[in-house]
Design a protein around this ligand. Structure first.
Ligand SMILES: *Cc1c(COP(=O)(O)O)cnc(C)c1O
Length: 473
């Protein structure tokens, strides 16, 4: 009992810790709120441990170390950088597109100072937010005019609400898609106020089905990119040309929710099913909507492009204010599109595009580099900890784009001897750097398609640390 009493009195008070040299340093570096919280919690945990007899002597030094650790944890951001070793390039859960340094430089210039966001520098009067990206988008896509909103879901929503509120929109039953759970065509249609008029069947829709459904209540024909699935077998859907021709014949606008917003013709890469925005507009579609951060490789955003008359109408919808983009998105989008002015450069400077198009041999080289570094850096015989080798594999693009394409890739495969692959995968995830890998056949597969060269050093250290910790466990 006496021991406990003297131990308790040997604990420093909160005030003493705050006035100690480390306490003063912490208050300079961290917020006072976090310092106080850490000091109080750690002292309190020591007090509890002494009372319950778990501690027989309390050293100042240990207390300070623990406070410091707690402070670092508290000060860390919740939103963290992770290394994507899944091979899925457009990984919605991991933030979809990666932006280049050049794009971020423009964002930084615009966001860390004032800008001409809505200001006409020449005339010295109020300007237009969307003017900065319009001529570039029109030039690249062949659109007459365009707008950008928060994401493609918002783009579809605001278009439907403007063009078809309380009126009918004809859609093929084969295109009533769900994308990522919360975006479903029937639901978005309903909340926009438009009335869904389904035609055809799940597997077959004919152009005559559209014609038969036309009434004086029809406001719009809508085509939706099937994005994340494909139907094979006994299927049919009218061609875009057929849809354009009935839209012209009956003087009704035709809208295409394109999803990905690909600007580069992928046919030379063996991908024949992804129409570009240019193709779709050239075919005569009146309004096309697409995401900024899928195949396009830019910031999250939804682009609405097409005929000026409709764009003008949409721009006046009061909802535009609710879904408008901020200056950072505009800057990132402008810089991304600028990179597309030279298609060859776009393929190397836009990370999403580069990763998707990256040649298998380049990926293999990266895998070899990682393997070599692992062997070199590990100050233990790595072969005693795990079987590590390069595995040929395939991965998906992700983001609901190109679902039928298997991208050939190489992974660094790690089969740990002293723990399960699941346990290693978990360690790689929670340790810093956070590495997200694939687990397959009791192996951890680190797909080198989505790992940036600048991340290799950190990743190798992370793998070694995770493997080493199996000895401690
Ligand atoms: C992805 C997608 C959407 C939703 O786009 P977000 O930018 O994620 O809001 C809508 N329609 C289609 C066809 C899509 O592929």
């Amino acid at each position: 009992m006496k021991d406990i009493k003297s131990l308790l009195s040997s604990l420093p008070s909160v005030d003493e810790v705050l006035k100690s040299p480390s306490g003063i340093q912490w208050q300079e570096k961290y917020s006072r709120r976090h310092v106080l919280q850490s000091v109080r919690e750690v002292i309190d945990s020591y007090r509890q441990a002494i009372i319950s007899g778990k501690i027989e002597n309390a050293g100042y030094h240990v207390i300070h170390e623990e406070i410091h650790k707690k402070l670092e944890d508290l000060a860390e951001y919740n939103l963290k950088n992770v290394i994507n070793a899944t091979g899925i390039v457009i990984h919605t859960n991991l933030g979809r597109s990666v932006l280049s340094e050049a794009v971020m430089q423009h964002v930084k210039d615009i966001a860390t100072g004032y800008s001409n966001l809505e200001y006409d520098i020449e005339k010295g009067v109020r300007g237009k937010r969307y003017s900065h990206i319009q001529s570039l988008t029109n030039q690249l896509t062949g659109a007459e005019s365009c707008l950008i909103v928060n994401n493609n879901a918002a783009a579809v929503f605001v278009c439907l609400n403007t063009i078809a509120k309380d009126r009918e929109v004809i859609v093929s039953r084969g295109e009533l898609v769900e994308i990522g759970g919360s975006f479903r065509i029937p639901d978005i249609m309903k909340s926009s106020g438009a009335i869904l008029k389904e035609v055809g069947t799940t597997n077959k829709t004919h152009i005559s089905d559209y014609e038969k459904a036309l009434t004086e209540h029809t406001a719009l024909l809508l085509r939706v990119h099937q994005s994340n699935f494909r139907m094979t077998g006994f299927t049919q859907n009218p061609s875009l040309e057929e849809l354009v021709s009935i839209s012209r014949k009956f003087n009704l606008p035709l809208m295409f929710d394109l999803g990905s917003g690909c600007l580069i013709d992928l046919k030379p890469y063996g991908i024949h099913i992804e129409p570009t925005v240019q193709d779709v507009l050239k075919a005569g579609v009146d309004i096309v909507t697409f995401s900024g951060d899928k195949l396009l490789g830019g910031p999250q955003g939804g682009i609405i492009a097409g005929k000026s008359e409709l764009i003008e109408q949409i721009s006046k919808n009061p909802l535009m204010r609710a879904v408008r983009v901020d200056k950072m998105t505009l800057a990132a989008y402008e810089a991304t599109l600028t990179a597309y002015l030279d298609e060859e450069k776009a393929k190397t400077t836009i990370p999403t595009v580069r990763m998707l198009m990256e040649n298998k041999e380049t990926i293999k080289k990266r895998a070899k580099k990682v393997l070599l570094k692992l062997k070199k850096k590990a100050n233990f015989s790595i072969h005693e900890m795990a079987h590590i080798f390069i595995a040929s594999d395939s991965s998906k693009s992700g983001g609901g784009a190109l679902p039928e394409i298997e991208f050939m890739t190489y992974a660094v495969a790690v089969k740990p001897y002293k723990m399960s692959a699941g346990a290693l995968g978990q360690k790689l995830r929670v340790n810093s750097p956070h590495i997200i890998a694939r687990i397959q056949d009791d192996m951890v597969l680190l797909d080198m398609r989505t790992v940036q060269d600048s991340e290799i050093e950190r990743m190798v250290d992370g793998i070694i640390n995770a493997l080493l910790s199996q000895n401690l466990a």
